[in-house]
Design a protein around this ligand. Structure first.
Ligand SMILES: *Cc1c(COP(=O)(O)O)cnc(C)c1O
Length: 755
């Protein structure tokens, strides 16, 4: 499409000249143009096609991303600017799709982008949530949750005429298919298939995000991860999962038959990737459907095992779903006999309770079913996969060593560089040409400029500009002013104790005391947070409260606030991440070693020229290997030390608290007069007790090492900007291996064999 054609089309759709259009009108018109253009790149599928099934797709806003992928972005931007309009304001018009929660959902979105970019036939299957997770805002230093209604009149999710019958608890429902076009960068167009019921009714939502959990017809797809602190919430998750996999499985079979499959040869037509355990019921559901169509049970099991592969995302026990048998008997009675039979096969063959699907307490272990009845189980970073093989899933690894493999996560550079950091992208292109946009390994060519003063100056200038842009965005959004000349250290990710925002909190209290005592940091510090806490996760919410309260205490103290500021971004999502990441100097990746499966935030920051302060956990290990120890700040216990400590069960937080005056001082401060004056005693005391008496994620043993490494980073940053820029450049040049194009190519070569 030429620029002239684009202009004419816009005018035609809006029925007036561009100058007099509202942003809403322009957005709607561009959405239509994008859909028309992307439809031109839909390709007929021959051979094996991938279905990536996931409870979450954290896709972010789509307009700019699609325009970039379709090669229309620059023309649209120029056209708008020539008519007095700005791309940035246009982007504000688009609501962010609320279909995901964190890393796992974002990974699924990056994978769809890379599949289409690499010209591979691969679609997503998920649910069309009406309110997603929730919208977060802060009130009295507390997290407040409201429904995130994102489905406007002009959603990217197009309603189709297609419905699939799904039986839930013996009642028949119709799952309607919605489709979102997934564009590839100079590639093909694939599809994200989302299912929903026509009968959903938001009027069942009460205060905040509470709702009647029993009215399935009206509530089924309202929220992602409904509160599972009671049985009704947990059962609702099973309803959701089955709606997704049953409709998905029917669609997969229909697709295959349409393309010539006789179902015996389904594996030549379909590959299914199970993203974490939420879609695990697709295994018995596919078996059920195949036997219904006349295939013998044993053969159906064999077919499904060949078709399906499973990705494990965590070693946290709480996330390896297990459902009480009677929940499944209630919601999916048609699956229980199949799961039962699968369990028999396993028990007859191995006679080992540790690998059974149904345990002696009648819980059904979804991950166990996945490992037995798929041909591939993968972890998401080298260290994570090793931990799976050697400890968490060792019983299974010994049965199926050939099934276990690693696929280190990645991120799409289109969104996490081209889209979010256009100035850096243009500069890289000037230095090494445009090849890196499709072949990320070309970033290595940047290393040649590591000692080029002009280049380093420009890298610093771009960072400065991004910090300025972030500051303006923050001012407009939350009315907060930050010091652009300070060092920005950012920790943005879901709030979880294993990610240890509380360690960062203790550091900031420590800094507060040091500044009070006249020990000033070498450079003013701005500590930025972005994080949502699960609504029922009390301690996570207490950590948010403590950070917000501390922020208020510091802001009210002119002695300290000159040197230290804490900013908490409301409602952390993809749009916020796109603003924060390019502005970051120091990326905080401080999870307890062994607990973060991979992380992808770490990769985004690195790609945008931040240095990492991190533990040897998840993909941090591979980042450290790639950049070398002089270009990253590593601290803390190793994963082996942590695993040993858990095994011995002898960690006693109180001993660390009593033995270290800095730790004691920082933890005591949580319930100081100043903190209690600005915050809530209940929350602050609860968090304090948690840290002294429990500290399940071993914050205290890493405290001193964290303080030392972080202060080293502040000093290095303050004393030698040029050297910092050089190390940032090296980080960027080594980021190529963390492109999701590399990850997807590996999945395809080793698991899927598409096309
Ligand atoms: C990348 C991303 C995440 C994952 O961050 P981690 O640091 O890997 O946990 C979560 N949320 C959003 C919005 C993201 O963009």
């Amino acid at each position: 499409m030429t620029k002239k054609e684009l202009e004419n089309k816009l005018i035609e759709l809006c029925k007036k000249n561009i100058k007099s259009c509202s942003y809403e009108e322009l957005y709607t018109a561009l959405l239509n143009i994008t859909e028309e253009e992307s439809a031109k790149h839909v390709e007929a599928v021959t051979g094996r096609k991938l279905y990536y099934i996931s409870a979450e797709f954290l896709i972010g806003k789509l307009l700019s991303n699609n325009l970039i992928n379709l090669g229309l972005y620059d023309d649209v931007k120029k056209l708008l600017e020539a008519n007095g309009k700005s791309m940035a304001e246009l982007e504000e018009t688009e609501p962010e799709p609320s279909l995901g929660n964190g890393g796992l959902g974002r990974l699924a979105a990056c994978f769809l982008d890379s599949l289409a970019t690499l010209n591979l036939p691969g679609d997503g299957i998920g649910l069309r949530y009406h309110c997603g997770l929730f919208r977060q805002n802060f009130n009295n230093n507390l997290q407040n949750e409201t429904p995130d209604f994102w489905l406007g009149d002009d959603s990217w999710a197009k309603k189709t005429e297609k419905v699939y019958p799904v039986s839930l608890a013996g009642k028949n429902y119709e799952a309607r298919l919605y489709k979102i076009a997934v564009t590839g960068y100079e590639g093909r167009t694939n599809c994200l298939n989302l299912f929903d019921l026509d009968t959903i009714d938001p009027s069942v939502i009460g205060d905040g995000i509470s709702f009647d959990k029993n009215d399935i017809e009206k509530n089924l797809t309202l929220f992602l991860y409904p509160d599972d602190s009671d049985d009704a919430g947990r059962i609702l998750r099973i309803y959701q999962q089955y709606l997704m996999v049953s409709a998905g499985a029917q669609m997969i079979l229909e697709d295959a038959v349409e393309r010539g499959s006789d179902l015996h040869d389904l594996a030549d037509y379909a590959a299914v990737q199970i993203n974490d355990t939420h879609p695990s019921m697709v295994i018995p559901e596919l078996i059920r459907l195949l036997t219904e169509k006349g295939i013998e049970f044993e053969e159906a099991v064999e077919i499904v095992t060949k078709v399906c592969a499973y990705t494990n995302h965590t070693i946290l026990a709480e996330a390896l779903e297990k459902w009480p048998r009677h929940f499944l008997e209630t919601v999916v009675p048609q699956l229980m006999p199949i799961i039962e039979k699968l369990n028999h096969i396993v028990c007859d063959k191995y006679n080992d309770q540790a690998v059974a699907i149904i345990d002696q307490w009648q819980n059904v272990h979804m991950a166990n079913m996945d490992i037995h009845f798929t041909h591939s189980t993968n972890g998401v970073a080298a260290l994570h996969t090793e931990i799976l093989k050697n400890s968490e899933l060792n019983h299974f690894y010994r049965l199926y060593p050939e099934r276990f493999n690693n696929k280190t996560n990645g991120i799409t550079f289109r969104r996490w560089l081209l889209k979010c950091n256009p100035e850096l992208t243009a500069y890289i292109e000037k230095l090494i040409g445009p090849g890196f946009k499709k072949d990320a390994s070309e970033l290595e060519k940047l290393a040649a400029f590591a000692d080029d003063e002009k280049v380093l100056k420009q890298i610093m200038k771009i960072k400065k500009n991004n910090k300025k842009a972030f500051a303006q965005w923050l001012e407009a959004k939350q009315g907060i002013t930050v010091n652009e000349n300070s060092m920005f250290m950012i920790q943005s990710k879901r709030l979880h104790e294993y990610k240890r925002q509380q360690l960062n909190l203790l550091y900031l209290i420590h800094q507060y005391y040091e500044i009070k005592a006249g020990h000033l940091p070498k450079k003013p510090i701005t500590a930025v947070f972005g994080a949502k806490a699960a609504p029922a996760y009390t301690i996570a919410k207490d950590i948010i409260h403590a950070l917000l309260t501390l922020s208020e205490v510091i802001a009210a103290d002119p002695e300290v606030s000159k040197w230290l500021q804490i900013v908490f971004i409301e409602n952390y999502n993809v749009a916020a991440a796109e603003k924060m990441i390019p502005a970051c100097d120091l990326s905080e990746q401080i999870s307890l070693a062994s607990k973060e499966a991979s992380g992808t935030g770490n990769m985004k920051f690195m790609l945008n020229g931040a240095l990492t302060l991190g533990t040897m956990d998840g993909a941090n290990v591979e980042i450290a290997e790639a950049v070398g120890e002089e270009n990253i700040y590593i601290f803390g216990q190793s994963s082996n030390q942590v695993i040993r400590r858990y095994a011995q069960g002898d960690y006693c937080a109180k001993e660390w608290y009593e033995a270290d005056s800095n730790i004691k001082r920082a933890i005591n401060f949580l319930t100081s007069e100043a903190m209690l004056g600005a915050g809530c005693a209940d929350n602050l005391y609860r968090l304090q007790n948690e840290l002294i008496y429990k500290d399940w994620f071993q914050t205290l043993p890493d405290f001193n090492a964290y303080v030392v490494r972080k202060n080293q980073a502040v000093e290095d940053y303050a004393l030698n900007q040029k050297d910092w820029a050089k190390r940032a450049l090296i980080n960027i040049s080594k980021a190529g291996q963390f492109s999701s194009d590399r990850t997807i190519a590996e999945y395809n070569d080793e698991i899927w064999h598409l096309g």
